[in-house]
Design a protein around this ligand. Structure first.
Ligand SMILES: [Fe+2]
Ligand SMILES: [Fe+2]
Length: 195
């Protein structure tokens, strides 16, 4: 699907696990140093996933505040709820920037070096990863819009839209990261050891 088609897609259809994902066969004689270098991407991914997990906690706080206002005096609850919703919006916006930067770095600095190797299986994996980036990017764009609206105005509609988009993005990112770091590990260790 191209960018225009993605733009009109239902949120639930924006998913990176479509068709069969190509895979990269093992490289021969991978050294220990290459193996170690190949793990850098997974370490970077873990950091992003931790950030997103932090957002899940804020999300839970908002929902707790929303479903059990009797826990607090009404006013306190409203102030907290508004504050947490605002924080969720702001944090989602920031996460969007960080993820966009990560994917841009891959597309401009890492993928070209892998494509230059002229290994067919590797190029197929990279092509697939680029397709997945388009889907993730569409989700990021939608989350940016929703998060911005929520940071401006903390109402139920804005919250629900931000939450649904965030959840869809998190699912896509977990799947994309897992596929990417597994299939590229050895190739990164050998061809892009410094990243
Ligand atoms: Fe990626
Ligand atoms: Fe990545």
């Amino acid at each position: 699907m191209n960018k225009d088609q993605l733009r009109t897609c239902e949120l639930c259809d924006l998913n990176v696990e479509f068709d069969e994902r190509p895979s990269m066969p093992a490289l021969e004689n991978v050294t220990e140093a290459e193996q170690r270098a190949g793990l850098h991407l997974a370490a970077i991914h873990r950091m992003h996933l931790r950030d997103m997990q932090r957002l899940v906690h804020v999300l839970e706080q908002v929902e707790q505040g929303a479903v059990s206002p009797e826990v607090f005096a009404q006013e306190v609850s409203n102030v907290e709820l508004t504050h947490n919703m605002h924080m969720f919006g702001t944090m989602c916006g920031r996460e969007c920037q960080v993820l966009t930067f990560h994917h841009d770095a891959e597309e401009h600095m890492i993928f070209p070096q892998l494509e230059q190797q002229n290994i067919q299986a590797l190029s197929r994996v990279v092509a697939r990863l680029k397709q997945e980036h388009l889907i993730v990017h569409e989700l990021i764009t939608r989350l940016e819009t929703a998060a911005h609206a929520l940071a401006q105005n903390q109402d139920e509609h804005n919250f629900a839209r931000t939450k649904a988009t965030f959840v869809q993005l998190q699912t896509a990112v977990i799947s994309h990261f897992g596929y990417e770091e597994t299939e590229l590990r050895e190739a990164l260790g050998r061809f892009v050891p410094v990243m």
